[in-house]
Design a protein around this ligand. Structure first.
Ligand SMILES: C[S@@+](CC[C@H](N)C(=O)[O-])C[C@H]1O[C@@H](n2cnc3c(N)ncnc32)[C@H](O)[C@@H]1O
Length: 200
């Protein structure tokens, strides 16, 4: 299969450079990053190639793994691990403390609230004691949308799956704190997105 036949996300192309600029700081001393919900793998190959001091470990639900493997075979470098199957609701295929970074883009508004709770339980269990968590995507403040386009997007999400929805930064921060993580920075990103950096 050639690159042009693989699943492709234009939004990944648009947001990868601004996200990288933040990750260069947030993951400056990080050695091994688990990515949750890698999707097409465009972020994984781009971030791995621009963050050569660390190993990037992509993961996703089973149906995403084959195309992810293909993209990595075609575009991946030495510091990207083979993708693993990881559904946040099932036991995670890694040992506690194995990673000192966790990254996830555009996943928390796709997952149900129960899955988001599982996400943070998994982070609590698996992130090393000095680790960083970076989550990227659209977020609300105090149940308020930050833009009209996010409000429209939320309606579209819920129409597709009633359990999806843009999450409140306050709720995400509470879950993170319960997992032993504090919000270090809340970066404004293009297209009404945020990047939240939490640290142990
Ligand atoms: C909108 S896509 C985002 C993909 C990619 N990170 C990006 O930014 O383009 C949402 C991703 O969340 C993942 N996801 C949804 N529910 C999940 C779960 N329970 N466990 C792990 N990943 C999940 C999906 O498999 C999918 O890869």
């Amino acid at each position: 299969m050639s690159l042009s036949q693989l699943p492709f996300s234009q939004s990944c192309e648009n947001n990868k450079a601004p996200i990288l600029a933040v990750l260069k700081q947030s993951f400056k001393t990080t050695r091994r990053v688990l990515e949750i919900g890698s999707g097409t793998g465009q972020h994984a190959v781009f971030f791995a190639s621009h963050l050569p001091h660390l190993t990037w470990c992509p993961s996703d639900q089973p149906q995403f793994i084959e195309p992810l493997e293909m993209r990595i075979a075609l575009q991946g470098g030495d510091n990207i691990a083979p993708p693993v199957t990881l559904d946040v609701t099932a036991p995670w295929p890694l040992t506690p403390g194995e990673v000192d970074g966790i990254f996830s883009a555009n996943t928390l508004h796709i997952m149900s609230e129960a899955m988001v709770v599982d996400f943070f339980k998994g982070v609590e269990r698996h992130l090393s004691n000095t680790g960083s968590l970076c989550v990227y995507g659209p977020f609300n403040y105090h149940n308020q949308y930050t833009s009209e386009s996010n409000r429209q997007f939320d309606i579209w999400l819920k129409h597709r799956n009633i359990h999806s929805g843009i999450r409140d930064i306050e709720w995400i921060t509470e879950l993170a704190e319960a997992a032993g993580l504090n919000l270090q920075a809340d970066y404004e990103m293009p297209a009404n997105n945020r990047l939240l950096h939490f640290m142990r």
